[in-house]
Structures are given as C-alpha cells and as structure tokens.
Design a protein around this ligand. Structure first.
Ligand code: ADP
Ligand code: MG
Length: 371
C-alpha cells in the first residue's frame, strides 16, 4: 500500500493581483504550508509531501526561463518540480507500475504551468517525454540490451461530460463523444487513437496537435483558460527478447492530468451555455471530490464494511478509477494562488489536497511472462 503523494505549489502574483496591491497569504516552511485568513488573521497549517515556493526569489534569463535568483532563494523552478515528481513517475513506469499525476486548483492558479509549462519553462509532460527517450536510447546503446521499448501516446479532453479524442480535429469528432468501457477490470476509451512514437520530436509533434485541438472557451475569470479536463496518457512497454522471442513484458500507463478550474461557478458571471458547462465540469470534479472523500475515509478506517466509491458517476472518475483507488502510483499537485482575494478557493484547495493525502493505493507491477 502506498499513499497518494501530494505536492502544493504557490505561484507569483499575476498582473491583476499586483494592480490590486494584493497581500500574500501563503507561507511555507519545509513541508508546512500556512494560510492566513485576510479578515480575521486566523492561521491554518497543512503538511504535504512536497511544498513548492514559486512566489518570489526568481530571476528571468534572456530566454524567459525562471530560476532561483541566488543561493538565498527558495524559489522552486520547473527543474525542481520535475526532479521530484516527474522522475518519480518515470522510475515507477520503468518498474512496470501504472502512474498518474494530476493537477488541481482554481483557474489561473498554475496547473498548466506545472503540468505542461509555457515557452521555455517546460513543465512535467515535455520534460518527462525528453527523459523517456533519453533513457531508452541509453538502454539501447548497451551491448547487453535485450529489451525492446514501445511508446504510444493518446490525449483526451473531457468537456461537458463528453470524452473527445484530441488527435481528432473538432470537425471530425463524434458529437456524442467516445464511450468509456470496461473489460476485465480495465477501463478504456473505446475508439481512442493511440499513436506510436519513436522519438522526442515525434511525441512533441503529437502533443502540439492534441493541444491545438482542445476546446477553449472564455470565462470572465480567465479568457484563455480551458474549461475542460485534459488527460495525456503515455503507454510504455518493455519486452524482453530471447532468441528472437518475447519472454517477458512490462507495461505502464502514465496518466498526466490537467484538470479544469476547481472554482465554484457562482460569482464568476457564468450564464446560459457557460453555466451548463460549469455544472457538467463540476459533475466530474464534484464526483472526483466525492470519490476522494470515500477513499480517504476507507483508508483511515473511518468507514466500516463494504464501501461503494462512486466512480461510475462521472467520466473523469471512471477514467481515473485505477489511478484513484487501485492499481496505480499516484501523485497530485495542488496549485495555489498567493493572493488574499482568493482566500476561500485556496483554502478549499488545501483541504482537498489534505484529503487526497489519506488515500492509499495498491499498485502492482504489470508484467506478463511468455514461454
Ligand atoms: P491554470 O492552468 O491553473 O489555469 P496557469 O498554469 O495557466 O493556470 O497559470 C496562470 C499564470 O500564472 C500563467 O501566466 C503562468 O505563466 C503563471 N504561473 C503559474 N505558475 C507559475 C510559477 N510556478 N512560476 C511562474 N509563473 C507561474
Ligand atoms: Mg490551465
């Protein structure tokens, strides 16, 4: 049994927060994160596996890359986050475990920055893809190597409770979305394209195709932010060949999830279609929350007897079923805004992350022997 690993990361003020002369209500010390209620001054403390201070203490080089501005800085840059979370994901994939990393937080809190990155500040997905192909070419270069490696990628978007293949342009998609099915305990998206890739350049090309096919709808809070959940899955297979025959195979699904904004819809000016989207987005997110609550109670022994986890109630929880309560090594990054105006949302993200910490999974190595 391993617990879900939880990281929190606090970003710099954005332009709007700076203009409002916002106060920073987050403090971090080692693995402790403290949030201060801007009205009452009351403090609450939380403890996580990793706490990333990315609020200040950075410089930007000529390429736009952010890094610590000196030895006294505790600024956590993209390399730091990748070295903890991304490398852990890859090490587990190499052993044959399914892995999942998901980013949670309100719109504009830094989920996509950590998972995907912007410009030269590459996030976990591109860094992980580089590392996968570097490791493969190192392994292949060894004269003793008898392992064959196969990498495939798929990308989906869950929008309005419909599952869309991001390798399919929007005008060629099934309006009703793809069906999620189950076979021998394995959940899969029926008809989803899985593209084999042989190099970093190939996988990067696929990711940019997938990214450009996402649905972008504007909201009052953040005009370019996606209101959809994006799941990128890299399947990694290692086949041991002896005398031209496969003798053993290990398989790992690496799920990298950029969730839609967790903010409540009221107060964001959502109406009509947008409101409907909101309630559907919230359906997946609220069932994610419900599953997490049930799983956390189960792990801490609070609930006795047979517990039903409501995975089947939303597309997101069906797809993440294994990652949440089963055969997967899972981690979460909770993205935090530093600003006093976002106190309620940030506190709710911290509470959510605190529950996720209690979830325990039973991951097994996915291995099959041939003879
Ligand atoms: P989300 O995906 O949660 O809606 P984004 O990742 O798009 O939020 O982040 C919002 C803005 O904050 C972006 O302009 C991004 O560059 C900036 N940002 C987020 N996290 C960081 C960070 N750790 N360091 C520097 N800038 C960040
Ligand atoms: Mg985003």
């Amino acid at each position: 049994m391993t617990s879900v690993k939880v990281a929190v990361r606090v970003r710099p003020f954005n332009g709007r927060e700076k203009n409002m002369s916002s106060r920073c209500i987050i403090e971090m010390q080692d693995n402790m994160t403290k949030i201060t209620d801007p009205d009452s001054g009351k403090e609450k403390k939380f403890y996580f596996d990793y706490s990333y201070w990315s609020h200040d203490g950075y410089t930007e080089d000529s390429e736009g890359i952010l890094s610590p501005n000196g030895p006294g800085s505790n600024y956590a840059d993209q390399d730091k986050v990748f070295n903890d979370l991304g490398i852990g994901v890859l090490d587990n994939a190499w052993k044959g475990y399914h892995t999942c990393l998901f980013a949670y937080g309100q719109t504009g809190s830094g989920k996509s920055y950590s998972i995907v990155g912007y410009g030269k500040n590459e996030g976990i997905i591109p860094k992980a893809c580089r590392e996968i192909f570097e490791r493969i070419s190192d392994a292949r270069a060894k004269p003793s190597n008898i392992t064959e490696f196969q990498v495939t990628i798929s990308m989906i978007e869950i929008y309005n409770e419909k599952v869309h293949d991001l390798f399919q342009p929007p005008n060629k998609r099934e309006k009703a979305g793809l069906k999620v099915r189950e076979n021998k305990g394995e959940v899969f998206v029926d008809g989803l394209k899985k593209v084999p890739v042989e190099s970093y350049e190939e996988i990067e090309k696929q990711i940019s195709i997938g990214t450009s096919n996402r649905t972008i709808a504007s909201t009052n809070m953040n005009s370019t932010s996606s209101r959809a959940h994006t799941v990128t899955t890299i399947t990694f297979k290692q086949t041991v060949m002896e005398n031209g025959k496969p003798t053993n195979q290990k398989r790992s699904d690496i799920n990298l999830v950029d969730l839609a904004g967790s903010e409540r819809q009221s107060g964001t000016g959502a109406t009509g279609e947008r409101l409907k989207e909101g309630s559907n987005i919230n359906k997946s997110l609220s069932f994610l929350g419900k599953c997490i609550t049930v799983l956390a109670e189960k792990s801490t022994g609070k609930s006795k007897g047979k517990v039903v986890v409501p995975y089947r109630e939303s597309q997101l929880t069906r797809i993440l079923q294994n990652a949440l309560g089963g055969n997967s090594k899972t981690s979460m990054i909770a993205a935090l805004s530093p600003a006093s105006v976002n106190y309620d949302e940030t506190l709710s993200t911290l509470r959510y992350a605190n529950q996720v910490k209690a979830i325990k999974n039973v991951a097994k190595i996915n291995e099959s022997a041939h003879d």
